[in-house]
Design a protein around this ligand. Structure first.
Ligand code: GLU
Length: 475
């Protein structure tokens, strides 16, 4: 049987890290087994619907590479893939479930229901409407609003095997006769997930642990319809710290937030995969294809994992290090645009300097703005104990540096390097005395990414000489 998994987000805003992880595991498991991965939009809770969020879900999944084979915007044989477009189906199945004894019509008014609350506000429906006769139901349906409730046995235990959490049992007396179909004809999640997972041929249901204990009531429905239950895989929560779940309230950022902050996309996906799963092999950096290759359900942990942004940042840096200069520039372009040097210097050469020095692209502007911020600086910067250099040394070597560079025609790395080394030899000074002084003279900074050769090359001959002139005049 072909494996079919699904991601079933509710369009309630941004696609947060936890949601994307659920999607990713569904994707990885399906792809690993040569199966299908389905996107279904669960929009029946109209009160929580946020405009634009369906588009965010599509965009995030495409952009991150966690792409579905079937879904609202790509089609498939099991559509429609948006729950609000399946309304009639739910009604049909809810009525069928009533006939099968797994559900019943309920006409209770809000007042009556309120009266059932105990002193702590807890509520358990008393199956009042289960006793209504068929005739009475038909009559009242004509004029009164009604819901359809699940008929949960009063006794017994619902058990199933979860592939991560093992055997789960819940006493039916602890489950209430929840609403399956609301008075407006819309299903609740508790009903729609069962109908859709079955009709869409979902073989493995992968979702958060918050559904672990409600699954027995879904199983009651599968059993009542005579449908095969899917395999369940509930995922451990993601925590912000030891005590708090990662949630919107606790500052859970979305995929889009991290991309905006300049994290490498592959690193975000890679890191998310490790939140609750680890491969057998001792590896951490994995592309989506490698994740697919290594993914196995045995690697999913029961314990919550803590979201560690520092670690994700490190991973992002690892991806950056491996980029070609061209790729770095094209992927980081919008961050280069925010810097003062955009359009002024050769970004490919700057990329070479930055690749090992930034972990996320948003660090770029602050790291390179110095190229354009050449202002008056303190001559004490020429002092460097180990290099045996100071303002006096600068005074001696800098005019010579200027002289040799002035007559250099091939302004490139090797040309600048050889010229300065020749000068070092000719003067019989230490390399650092020339290189340190010259770098300070053209940047005015104590530390910079890259040394004098790389920086002079990026600045170009004219600007390098102009800065040397200025710095010499200030000595
Ligand atoms: N719409 C549900 C949610 O967003 C989906 C849960 C599930 O995967 O079954 O939590």
């Amino acid at each position: 049987m072909k494996v079919r998994t699904r991601f079933a987000p509710s369009p309630t805003g941004y696609l947060h890290i936890g949601g994307l992880r659920t999607a990713l595991y569904g994707y990885l498991f399906a792809k690993k087994q040569g199966g299908d991965f389905v996107l279904r939009i669960e929009d029946t809770d109209t009160a929580r619907y946020v405009d634009g969020s369906v588009q965010i879900i599509y965009d995030t999944m495409r952009d991150s590479g966690v792409m579905y084979d079937e879904g609202p915007d790509v089609g498939g044989n099991y559509g429609p893939y948006v729950q609000s477009e399946r309304k009639n189906l739910y009604k049909e199945y809810a009525e069928k479930l009533v006939e099968l004894g797994g559900a019943y019509y309920c006409f209770c008014t809000p007042d009556r229901l309120n009266g059932l609350k105990d002193e702590n506000g807890n509520f358990k429906y008393d199956k009042h409407c289960l006793k209504l006769s068929k005739e009475e139901i038909e009559e009242r349906k004509k004029t009164e609003p009604y819901v359809i409730r699940q008929n949960v046995p009063l006794e017994g235990t619902g058990s199933y095997h979860d592939l991560v959490y093992g055997d789960i049992s819940v006493d039916y007396k602890d489950i209430e006769d929840g609403i399956l179909l609301k008075s407006d004809g819309m299903p609740t999640y508790n009903f729609a997930n069962v109908i859709d997972d079955h009709l869409m041929g979902i073989t493995h249901v992968i979702r958060g642990t918050e559904y672990l204990s409600s699954t027995p009531k879904y199983n009651l429905m599968y059993d009542a319809f005579g449908w095969e239950r899917p395999v369940y895989i509930h995922l451990p929560p993601i925590m912000k710290d030891e005590r708090h779940k990662l949630s919107k309230r606790n500052g859970d950022a979305s995929y889009a937030d991290f991309v905006e902050k300049g994290y490498v996309k592959e690193a975000i996906v890679n890191y998310i995969a490790l939140l609750g799963w680890s491969p057998k092999e001792n590896i951490e950096k994995m592309s989506l294809a490698e994740l697919t290759e290594h993914f196995s359900l045995e690697g999913i942990s029961k314990s919550p994992s803590i979201f560690d942004e520092v670690k994700m940042r490190w991973l992002s840096g690892e991806y950056i290090k491996e980029m070609s200069n061209e790729e770095f520039v094209s992927r980081a372009e919008e961050f280069f645009k925010k810097s003062k040097v955009y359009g002024k210097y050769d970004l490919l050469k700057i990329a070479e300097l930055l690749k090992t020095r930034v972990e996320i692209f948003s660090e770029i502007p602050e790291k390179i703005n110095f190229l354009e911020e050449f202002t008056d600086f303190d001559n004490a910067l020429y002092f460097h104990k180990k290099m045996k250099t100071d303002e006096q040394v600068a005074k001696e070597v800098l005019p010579k540096v200027k002289e040799v560079l002035e007559s250099l025609d091939s302004w490139n790395h090797d040309g600048i390097h050889d010229t300065l080394m020749d000068l070092v030899n000719k003067l019989g000074v230490k390399t650092g005395q020339v290189f340190w002084c010259a770098r300070v003279a053209i940047t005015g900074k104590e530390s910079t990414p890259g040394g004098v050769i790389e920086l002079a090359e990026i600045l170009g001959k004219e600007e390098t000489l102009r800065r040397l002139d200025l710095s010499i005049s200030r000595l």
